[in-house]
Design a protein around this ligand. Structure first.
Ligand code: FES
Length: 895
């Protein structure tokens, strides 16, 4: 430590600290404007000047300490005031009219007594750029501090901004020149959040009326679980700020969490229950709709004629109550959730390998890893805050291996990018295992003491020579060897992966053979490894599974077939429970088509848009006598339902979510639910009551308490604790258990306490291109929209991306005579759709890519009903298609 003096006070700080750090360590402060703790210092504003050893002014924010230095604050106050006066003197008077809660500059002027009437303020003339739907620039308020430029590059990793002009004309601008709306800006809002003057603002903050209330909650978009502070006025949302002390996001967010909230007050919101009469959905009272559902459910012939698809968008408490409704009020295990469509292979694969179905490490372990293996995931689009943090880590020196057919944003920053043919992951992972073993990059003591199945894997991996893997996957031998050594030679390597690993015919094998690498390397269940971390898709898909919205598992991953477990739940719920595992989602649709399902309740999912092979889903809904749908909007699935309940969004209710690294976090009601809207919790309780069943769980807090009493994994978790601790990682068994961010430090949770290596061979995908269907379609996410787009398409995000294109590699497009924007007919073995072409150099020739955020585009008309051989997760990542240029524009799917 280094001793320095702040005026007369002695203080010790770490080497490398700045004078500003020392001043703060001494409990003192100096004003700053161009400084942001998260960014490298720029020292451009000069409002933090202090005296150093009596030798004159230095910028406290950028000057490093040295032993014995004497920092004079009392003697330098006038320098700081003069620095601030110099900054303000170049601004128009309205710079000081910005409300103080939106301008550090205004607050500083008040603090230092710099009055506008004492300054030669200028008249502004540089104009505004309001071209972007969210980011609004007033050039005359810009002090060229560069915080926005640094935030864009250092926090977001986008490098979209620059400072242009000279001297007093210097101002922030898009690096590409031109309008903000045409720039590389990804609309994360980091520039707005750090701007100290209001030069960069957003629509809600341009209104000078004061904010009435701030409410802290957890984002309801992807599974990252960003902590958000939401400002409201007149019961409407004004702005959303990422919390600087957010445990995952650390003051950052993406375009969805930061800006896409106006769907809450969309005129499209459902505000009355609907019941189908005479072929039409007509508005009815809540009592009438609840009675209709209860009467139908009372009349079904056997419990297993009912099924419910719970929601990864609903809270933990709602998911808990929904599975309890199925098991207690109806008497069936026919409950599942959309994890079936994304990370069911993770839950199955990780549970078999390690004992529990969640990611093994806390996301913060990224900070100390020196190599990242990122497989089948494009977090820049799908989990933007994770993408930014991985990029920050790479800029700070970590090595990066990306395994993805597309040249994603992070692939452009990778040390090596493997581009396997879709469907060949298992061969690549076995090939990497072969190399780890062949080249001695395994932890033999770890394998000996904590692992089972090494001999079998070694024998299998011997068949996956680099040459053979290269033949199967198309990855070059050199790149495979480089990747193996980047991962194997690292001191603390971490694996992150996404749906590019799971959504395959052999997705569970993909998860397990990927996890093999961490086990071989001894990089899981230890204090030094970054483990194996699935990037979960929907905001609470982890929680939906945790809460037992699964056909074979009760809350806390306890098997329904286990007599001891079931007896404990029977005692708690005072009823007998079915012991046979229920139907998975695809089996529910099969049962409906075969006439074995009399009622299907779909909660918060638009299965007609998001599930594969739309035609067969439509046939299932058509065949089911009663389809009930809970949703915010009249989605495609709601339009096909017999009864529709209008329900609250994540901004209108209380509860908890669990994010991708097993972190329980609070969800809080930010605004009152729209008129006529109820929570999913209320709807299920009220239907149960009509069936003569009291489900208890009167409040979200009581529901979580009941769950904790029955699920040992969550025994110590309560709303009360989360309100004071902000986040708890499960397992958390008792009220004084701090939770376990890193799993398996002592032993793995398998029956024998060992990690189980998987000797699984490569098997070909379900779909292969052939002369009739020569292209492979891969589907995935785009940054601006979320899932079926029901929420984001009802916000200005639709101005950032207005339709669903088909990405086509330019040479493929040229061969087909397609120009950018031309309509192209896409035909698979299952359906047909027409999409506009987008040239995409990030693709390999022969592969095309599409999102699924615009149901009208009908992308899931194309995808196949094939699914993972263990879990049934659809093979979304491999669909054989053919393309045909169209002469005229035709929108949407055809049947
Ligand atoms: Fe130190 Fe701007 S805050 S120079």
């Amino acid at each position: 430590m280094i001793q320095v003096f702040v005026d007369e006070s002695s203080v010790e700080v770490a080497p490398g600290s700045t004078l500003l750090d020392a001043i703060q360590a001494a409990g003192r402060s100096v004003p700053t404007l161009c400084h942001d703790d998260r960014l490298t210092p720029a020292a451009s504003c000069r409002v933090c000047l202090v005296d150093a050893d009596g030798n004159g002014p230095v910028a406290a924010c950028s000057t490093p300490v040295r032993a014995g230095l004497r920092i004079g604050l009392a003697t330098s106050a006038s320098w700081r005031r003069d620095g601030l006066r110099a900054v303000v003197a170049g601004l128009p008077a309205r710079a000081l009219d910005v409300p103080g809660d939106r301008s550090e500059l205004v607050r500083l002027c008040e603090q230092l007594g710099v009055a506008p009437e004492t300054l030669p303020l200028v008249s502004g003339s540089r104009g505004v750029d309001h071209s972007h739907p969210y980011v609004k620039l007033d050039r005359d308020l810009c002090i060229a501090c560069g915080r926005c430029v640094r935030a864009c590059s250092e926090i977001q990793g986008t490098f979209a901004l620059t400072l242009t002009g000279r001297g007093p004309d210097t101002v922030v601008a898009p690096g590409t020149g031109g309008l903000w709306s045409d720039s590389d800006c990804v609309s994360c809002g980091a520039c707005v959040d750090t701007c100290p003057t209001g030069a960069l603002s957003e629509p809600g903050l341009l209104d000078p009326r004061p904010i009435e209330q701030w409410t802290r909650t957890t984002c309801g978009y992807c599974g990252v679980g960003c902590t958000l502070d939401v400002a409201t006025r007149d019961h409407e949302i004004v702005t959303v700020h990422p919390a600087s002390d957010g445990s995952v996001n650390r003051g950052h967010a993406c375009v969805k969490g930061r800006f896409a909230h106006s769907f809450v007050s969309s005129p499209d919101r459902l505000q009355s229950p609907l019941v189908r009469r005479g072929g039409e959905l007509v508005p009815v009272s809540w009592d009438e709709a609840l009675d209709v559902v209860a009467d139908h459910l009372r009349a079904i012939h056997r419990p297993d004629a009912f099924a419910v698809i719970s929601s990864a968008r609903a809270t933990n408490e709602e998911n808990y109550l929904i599975q309890k409704f199925a098991r207690v009020a109806i008497g069936t295990n026919n409950v599942d959730n959309c994890a079936r469509l994304c990370h069911a292979p993770s839950a199955a694969g990780l549970a078999t390998t390690f004992g529990l179905g969640g990611g093994t490490n806390a996301f913060d372990d990224l900070d100390r890893c020196d190599a990242v293996l990122l497989a089948g995931s494009n977090p820049t689009d799908a989990h933007p805050v994770v993408g930014s943090r991985i990029l920050q880590r790479v800029i700070d020196g970590a090595r990066l291996v990306v395994i993805d057919p597309r040249r994603t944003e992070l692939a452009r920053h990778a040390d090596v990018h493997l581009r396997p043919r879709p469907g060949t992951n298992v061969a690549v992972f076995n090939g990497l295992a072969h190399l780890l073993i062949r080249d001695g990059m395994i932890d033999e003591a770890f394998l000996r003491n904590r692992v089972a199945g090494y001999d079998e894997l070694r024998d299998l991996a011997s068949d996956y020579s680099p040459d053979r893997v290269s033949d199967i996957s198309g990855v070059s031998v050199d790149e495979l060897v480089t990747a193996a050594h980047l991962y194997g030679d690292a001191a603390a390597p971490a694996i992150f992966y996404g749906l590019g690993v799971t959504e395959h015919l052999h997705g569970t094998d993909g998860v397990r053979t990927l996890a093999n690498l961490a086990i071989l390397r001894g990089a899981v269940g230890t204090a030094t490894g970054g483990g194996v971390n699935p990037l979960r898709g929907q905001n609470n898909v982890q929680g939906a599974c945790d809460m037992g919205a699964l056909p074979d598992l009760l809350p806390g991953y306890q098997k329904v077939a286990d007599d001891t477990v079931r007896q404990r739940f029977e005692a708690g719920w005072r009823t007998s429970l079915p012991s046979t595992p229920g139907l998975r989602i695809p089996q529910m649709f099969d049962a409906a088509r075969q006439g074995r399902l009399e009622a299907l309740w779909v909660v918060g999912e638009d299965v007609l848009s998001t599930d594969p092979d739309t035609a067969s889903v439509r046939a299932a809904l058509d065949a089911c006598p009663l389809v009930i749908c809970n949703d915010l909007f009249l989605s495609a699935t709601a339009q096909a339902a017999n009864v529709v309940f209008p329900v609250a969004s994540w901004l209108e209710k209380d509860g908890t979510f669990v994010n991708f690294d097993r972190r329980f976090q609070r969800v809080r009601r930010v605004v009152e639910p729209r008129d006529g809207v109820r929570t999913d919790l209320e709807v299920f309780r009220q239907v149960a009551a009509r069936l003569g069943v009291d489900l208890g769980c009167a409040t979200p807090a009581a529901t979580l308490d009941e769950c904790a009493s029955l699920a040992p994994l969550f025994g110590g978790i309560s709303e009360q604790r989360l309100d004071s601790d902000s986040a708890l990682h499960w397992p958390c068994g008792t009220p004084d258990d701090p939770g376990r961010p890193t799993l398996y430090l002592d032993r793995f949770a398998t029956a024998d306490g060992r990690a189980h290596l998987a000797a699984r061979p490569y098997l070909p995908p379900g779909a292969e291109p052939d002369p009739s269907f020569p292209y492979i379609l891969v589907t995935g996410r785009r940054a601006e929209h979320y899932n079926s787009g029901e929420m984001t398409r009802r916000t200005p995000n639709v101005l950032l991306r207005a339709d669903e294109p088909l990405d086509v590699e330019p040479s493929d497009a040229a061969a087909l005579g397609l120009r950018d924007g031309d309509p192209v007919e896409v035909t698979s073995r299952f359906g047909r759709a027409v999409l506009p072409v987008r040239f995409a150099a990030e693709l390999v020739p022969g592969q095309v890519f599409s999102g699924f955020h615009f149901p009208a585009a009908g992308v899931n008309e194309l995808t196949s009903p094939l699914g993972d051989d263990v879990t049934g997760c659809p093979e979304y990542k491999v669909t054989a298609v053919r393309l045909r240029a169209l002469q005229t524009t035709i929108h949407g799917p055809t049947r």
